[in-house]
Design a protein around this ligand. Structure first.
Ligand code: ING
Length: 315
């Protein structure tokens, strides 16, 4: 007798490049095409990338005002994005969308929203781990100015009950930090969705190109396994005005196995019928947090920011 499976039609909509010359209308047209494709293939939730509406503008030196004028959204939805909300409601599909948010108080965040199948914004997450730098590096081939253009998120890592699942959100660099995932699995997340824009080139040392993809995949596979969650990660990738970013969009099962992976650096839709019940055995045994975790020994993880001296021993 097959037990009732709690299955979610899960899609990742990877985007190819968005160039400086591309308009939001053109970009939203691409998102609409992928939304329809995902729906036709049985998806009920579609994950779009980080900063999906524009090129990855933190690679360019400019003033905060210039960035906010050209690349930030002052409201969500707004006229350019409304067609995506309308079509999603018509099709009964929810989605995750990353974009640059300028709040009514004028605070800039690297933000993602979770929109349900009736096009209601049920969750918002503002990126907490901001990589890169805030000063100008004139000798670098490109900048990575997330610390200049965005503030650290003012809300905790969150998990929302929607579309029949407990869904957590994060953004790009967040995925590299184990704390991100634990904060959501301790809130009983079943699925973590995220978008990313990951440059292929390392400006700090001559890192072999294959390592970007290697680190991206082991991070997602390990995190999904260690936190008993499905992970769905959507890249914006390919060469944006000549600046290359990795693809490798992927859906990872709670077993740590890759259930689907993009094979292009263009717009590409992945769809998996994700059985949320797969995680149960891991949560009940290997990772029964309540039975096995020992927070009394984990103090340094929240007491220290950077590495410090060894702890004193009592014997
Ligand atoms: N991008 C990159 C990411 O974390 C990065 C920045 C790349 C940091 C490689 C460290 C190593 O995937 C964003 N947008 O965070």
């Amino acid at each position: 007798m097959s037990k009732t499976r709690n299955t979610l039609g899960l899609a990742v909509a990877q985007m190819g490049p968005v160039h400086l010359a591309d308009t939001r209308r053109q970009v939203v047209g691409r998102l609409l095409d992928m939304l329809r494709q995902a729906h036709a293939r049985g998806a009920r939730l579609v994950v779009f990338p980080e900063l999906a509406l524009t090129t990855f503008f933190p690679r360019y030196w400019m003033s905060e005002d210039q960035a906010q004028q050209r690349f930030f959204e002052r409201s969500m939805p707004n006229p350019e994005v409304q067609p995506l909300f309308d079509e999603a409601r018509r099709l009964g599909v929810g989605f995750y969308l990353g974009y640059a948010e300028l709040t009514a108080q004028g605070v800039p965040y690297n933000t993602a929203i979770l929109v349900d199948e009736q096009a209601r914004i049920v969750g918002k997450y503002r990126k907490i781990h901001l990589p890169g730098h805030d000063e100008h590096k004139p000798d670098a081939p490109f900048q990575h100015l997330e610390k200049k253009f965005f503030r650290v998120g003012d809300q905790p890592f969150g998990v929302w009950d929607t579309m029949g699942a407990r869904i957590g959100m994060c953004l790009c660099n967040d995925r590299r930090w184990p704390e991100t995932w634990r904060m959501m699995s301790l809130q009983s997340a079943e699925l973590v969705v995220l978008g990313y824009n990951t440059p292929s080139h390392n400006i700090h040392w001559p890192e072999p190109a294959h390592l970007r993809m290697h680190h991206h995949l082991i991070t997602l596979q390990a995190s999904a396994y260690q936190n008993c969650v499905w992970a769905a990660a959507a890249a914006k990738c390919g060469a944006e005005d000549g600046h290359h970013m990795i693809g490798g969009s992927v859906i990872v099962a709670p077993t740590g196995e890759i259930a689907a992976q993009a094979i292009t650096e263009d717009d590409e839709v992945l769809v998996v019928q994700a059985d949320l019940g797969v995680a149960e055995a891991f949560r009940r045994h290997v990772f029964d947090f309540a039975r096995h975790r020992r927070p009394e020994h984990y103090g340094l993880i929240t007491e220290r920011v950077g590495p410090g001296p060894a702890l004193p021993r009592t014997e």
